[in-house]
Design a protein around this ligand. Structure first.
Ligand SMILES: *Cc1c(COP(=O)(O)O)cnc(C)c1O
Length: 435
């Protein structure tokens, strides 16, 4: 009997994170100070980030040790399971093998605690009292609330207003773990007040919430800022996903032909794919790696590769990335975690260098795939993760056409237990696609 669930032991939790920076074919363009247009110095960042994370942001070391205190907390849910999707394969009648790594087993229900825990840890080590952050659908806010709770930090979350209204239970979860949650745009910050003056009914966006959280951190000495995606150190922390998966696939003598992940800012995608890209970049393997985004916010497939701000107000350094423009407010689709105007600079550079590929899907076809998955594999996927499912199903159907027995791997970045309203909307027939 072939295995359905491939599990590792606590001792197999990686001891190091993999840093792709030294292996990149084109070195990363540095972040620029928006005033001088010169590369920013570590000192510029020290008002809002701890030194250890700033070092990781620019490190050229290929492997970076995971602190034992962080591994201790990872043990609550890591190593996460890798599944063979036997039931989905049967329903599709595909000769392909489909594997998925399930990150929804974390307490917050997504991959985000993989970076929230080390970020809170390093801030605690450097004497911070409080963390300020933004959240879209609420997954990052709840992950940081969880992490802050473990290291006795206060946590303030600026939550995109439309999600605050649509996902009240994510807010409850953040309260439960002790965080303060503020719907954004708010009147607590200059950036928030400016938006509200122009548009009192603004639904908010990740870019606006980021501006508010950074302003909060920059104006309070005891407070730092934490970002849940995009930055190099976030991609780094997420590589526990791909390292575990490599080991799990090796246990069943497999190596993927296709690796698929959804992309908002790029962190779950990076976390899974970078340890495999290490083999591709050294010429050992020729894996096809696909980033999946929503057509409502198609930064890789339709955006421009240029310097842009990470937030709406223009408070962040300029990052070279694929972007829709920092003032772009994406339509209110259900995959709130994929509504970010930009992308990780590393993921962007790899896409520009054609190391990875990208596709975009409409939300109704994504929900159709999510329903197929829930009715075969049982797990209710987050709308974000369902983008990866849609692509994996398409690849499996291509194999059905061609008769090829490819191995397809995707990341199921989170569960959709707080997204049932989105499923209701899909079943009611009211869900629309933005053209
Ligand atoms: C936040 C989130 C995403 C998108 O963020 P990335 O940084 O691109 O991974 C995807 N899936 C889930 C479940 C999320 O919570």
């Amino acid at each position: 009997m072939e295995r359905t669930k491939i599990l590792l032991d606590e001792n197999d939790i990686p001891r190091k994170w993999y840093n792709i920076l030294p292996d990149m074919p084109t070195p990363l363009s540095p972040p620029l100070n928006p005033g001088t247009k010169e590369p920013i110095s570590p000192k510029d960042l020290s008002a809002i980030f701890p030194m250890e994370l700033i070092k990781q942001e620019v490190s050229q070391e290929k492997f970076i040790s995971i602190p034992e205190e962080v591994r201790e907390i990872y043990k609550l849910w890591r190593p996460s399971p890798l599944y063979r999707a036997h039931h989905l394969e049967a329903a599709l009648k595909t000769p392909a093998k489909i594997f998925y790594k399930y990150e929804g087993v974390s307490p917050a229900g997504s991959h985000k605690p993989n970076t929230a825990i080390p970020q809170a840890y390093y801030n605690m080590k450097e004497g911070m009292q409080r963390l300020a952050t933004e959240t879209g659908a609420g997954q990052w806010g709840s992950a940081l609330a969880l992490a802050s709770n473990y290291f006795d930090l206060k946590c303030t979350v600026y939550m995109v207003k439309i999600s605050y209204q649509q996902k009240p239970y994510r807010k409850s979860l953040m309260h439960l773990w002790g965080a303060e949650v503020i719907p954004s745009p708010s009147n607590k910050t200059n950036s928030g007040r400016k938006i509200l003056e122009k548009n009192p009914d603004s639904p908010g966006s990740l870019g606006i919430s980021i501006s508010e959280a950074i302003e909060d951190a920059a104006t309070h000495d005891d407070t730092h800022y934490a970002l849940g995606s995009v930055l190099n150190h976030v991609m780094l922390h997420q590589t526990v996903i791909g390292q575990e998966t490599k080991e799990q696939l090796a246990m069943v003598d497999e190596y993927p032909d296709h690796i698929i992940g959804c992309v908002g800012g790029g962190s779950n995608f990076a976390g899974m794919t970078f340890p495999f890209l290490m083999d591709k970049l050294s010429g050992k393997k020729d894996t096809n790696v696909i980033a999946v985004e929503p057509t409502a916010c198609p930064s890789l497939t339709c955006g421009e590769f240029r310097y842009d701000f990470g937030d709406t107000a223009g408070l962040t350094p300029l990052l070279k990335m694929y972007t829709m423009g920092h003032e772009f407010v994406p339509p209110s689709i259900h995959a709130g975690g994929l509504r970010y105007h930009g992308d990780s600079p590393i993921v962007s550079q790899l896409y520009a260098d054609k190391v990875i590929d990208a596709v975009a899907y409409h939300q109704t076809e994504v929900f159709e795939a999510a329903v197929k998955f829930a009715r075969t594999e049982g797990i209710v996927p987050a709308p974000e993760s369902a983008h990866a499912i849609k692509c994996a199903i398409d690849k499996a159907l291509e194999c059905k056409q061609s008769g090829e027995k490819k191995t397809i791997l995707f990341t199921l970045s989170g569960h959709g237990h707080f997204d049932m309203g989105s499923y209701d909307s899909y079943f009611s027939g009211n869900m629309k696609d933005n053209m």
